[in-house]
Design a protein around this ligand. Structure first.
Ligand SMILES: Nc1ncnc2c1ncn2[C@@H]1O[C@H](COP(=O)(O)OP(=O)(O)OP(=O)(O)O)[C@@H](O)[C@H]1O
Ligand SMILES: [Mg+2]
Length: 322
C-alpha cells in the first residue's frame, strides 16, 4: 500500500499496554494480570475510540508473545452473517487447546451489547464450559445492556473518554513521527472535535495532513465538518439578540455552504450553551428546544425546517420577559 494511504489509527495503534495513554489505572491492572500469568474474564465498557480494542490486543501480545495470533481471536457480535455464525466461531475457537506454552486462549468479543438476552444466556454457558481453555474479553458501549450473570463473571473495566491532555499527547507523538507542525489552536481544535474519542482526533490529523504539513485550526474544523466554536458563538449571539434574519442566514451558510450536518450543529450548540454563563430559565428553555429538535430529526423530520424552527425558538426565548 502507498505510504500516504495507510490509516494512521492502525499505523499508530499502541503496540504495548504501556503505550496506551490516559487510561493509567486500567493499564496498571491489566499489566498485573500479565505478571501473575492469570486472567479472569473481562468486560470492557466505554464510548468509541477510547482504547478498548487496543487494550485487548496489546494484552494478548503481552500474554502470548509470538504465538498471539494463534491464541487470540477477535469477533464482532453484530456480525451481519448472524448470531449462529458468531456462536459457532466462538465454540470452535474456545474448545480447542491453546497453541504453544499458553495456558489459555483469549477471545475478544466486540459489541457484545448487540447480543439479545437469549444469545447472552447462551454465551454465558459457553464461557463456563470452556473456562479452562479460554478467557473472554467482552467489549460494549453500555454495560447495562449486558445480563447480570455475565457481568458477575467478569472483572469490569470502565474506559473513560480521553482527557484533553491524553489526546494532545498522542497527537503530538504522531505529528512528530510524521514531521507535522500542529499549531496550539489546531491542537485545541482536535481536542474539541474528538470529545474524548482518539480515533476522531487521529483521523482529523491525517485528513488535515493531506492539505498541508502545518496543521491549523480551521483545517481541522473544515475536514471534520464541524463549525468553528466562534461560528457557533456568533449563531447564538445573533439568535439571543433577537436577530432572526442574521441568525438564519448564518445557519443557512453553515448548513448549505459549509456542509455541516444538522445533528452535528445541534450537538455543538448544546456544548456551547452548557458552558455559557446566562440566565438559568433561558438556558433551560434553549436546551429543551435543542432536545426537541434532536428528537424530531432522529424521527426523520425535515432538517431545514426543524433547524429554522430551532432558531425561531431561540429568538422567542430570548425576547421573553423574565
Ligand atoms: N488510550 C489510547 N491511547 C492511544 N491511542 C488510542 C487510545 N484509544 C484509542 N487510540 C487510538 O484510536 C484507535 C481506535 O481505538 P480502539 O480501537 O482501541 O477504540 P475502541 O475503544 O475499541 O472503540 P470502539 O468502541 O469504536 O470499538 C486506535 O487504533 C488507536 O490508534
Ligand atoms: Mg473497538
Amino acid at each position: 500500500m502507498d505510504e500516504t494511504h495507510t490509516i494512521w489509527i492502525e499505523k499508530y495503534r499502541p503496540a504495548r499496554l504501556v503505550d496506551i495513554v490516559g487510561q493509567d489505572e486500567i493499564v496498571e491492572r491489566l499489566s498485573s494480570y500479565v505478571k501473575s500469568g492469570n486472567l479472569p474474564h473481562l468486560l470492557f465498557t466505554g464510548s468509541a475510540g477510547v482504547g478498548k480494542t487496543t487494550a485487548a490486543v496489546t494484552l494478548a501480545h503481552e500474554f502470548f508473545g509470538e504465538s498471539w495470533r494463534m491464541n487470540f481471536r477477535e469477533l464482532n457480535a453484530s456480525d451481519e452473517r448472524g448470531i449462529d455464525v458468531v456462536r459457532n466461531q466462538i465454540k470452535e475457537f474456545a474448545r480447542t487447546r491453546p497453541a504453544g506454552e499458553a495456558a489459555f486462549k483469549i477471545l475478544f468479543l466486540d459489541e457484545a451489547d448487540a447480543l439479545t438476552t437469549d444469545a447472552q444466556a447462551a454465551l454465558r454457558r459457553t464461557m463456563e464450559s470452556y473456562a479452562k481453555t479460554c478467557r473472554f474479553i467482552l467489549s460494549c458501549n453500555y454495560s447495562s445492556k449486558i445480563i447480570d450473570p455475565i457481568q458477575s463473571r467478569c472483572a469490569i473495566y470502565r474506559f473513560r473518554p480521553l482527557a484533553p491532555q491524553a489526546v494532545k499527547e498522542e497527537i503530538a507523538r504522531i505529528a512528530a513521527k510524521e514531521d507535522l507542525t500542529v499549531t496550539p489552536d489546531a491542537m485545541e481544535a482536535m481536542v474539541y472535535i474528538a470529545q474524548g474519542d482518539m480515533r476522531k482526533a487521529i483521523n482529523a490529523l491525517q485528513g488535515a495532513a493531506i492539505i498541508s504539513p502545518t496543521i491549523e485550526a480551521q483545517m481541522v474544523y473544515a475536514i471534520t465538518s464541524n463549525a468553528r466554536p466562534d461560528e457557533i458563538e456568533d449563531l447564538l449571539k445573533l439568535a439571543l439578540a433577537g436577530d432572526f434574519d442574521g441568525a438564519e442566514s448564518l445557519l443557512a451558510h453553515l448548513l448549505h455552504e459549509r456542509g455541516i450536518a444538522p445533528n452535528e450543529l445541534i450537538n455543538q450548540c448544546y456544548r456551547a450553551i452548557v458552558k455559557r454563563g446566562m440566565n438559568r430559565a433561558l438556558k433551560v428553555e434553549l436546551i429543551d428546544a435543542l432536545g426537541e429538535t434532536d428528537f424530531r430529526l432522529s424521527e426523520g423530520a425535515g432538517s431545514d425546517i426543524q433547524m429554522e424552527a430551532l432558531i425561531a425558538r431561540f429568538v422567542l426565548a430570548s425576547t421573553k420577559k423574565r
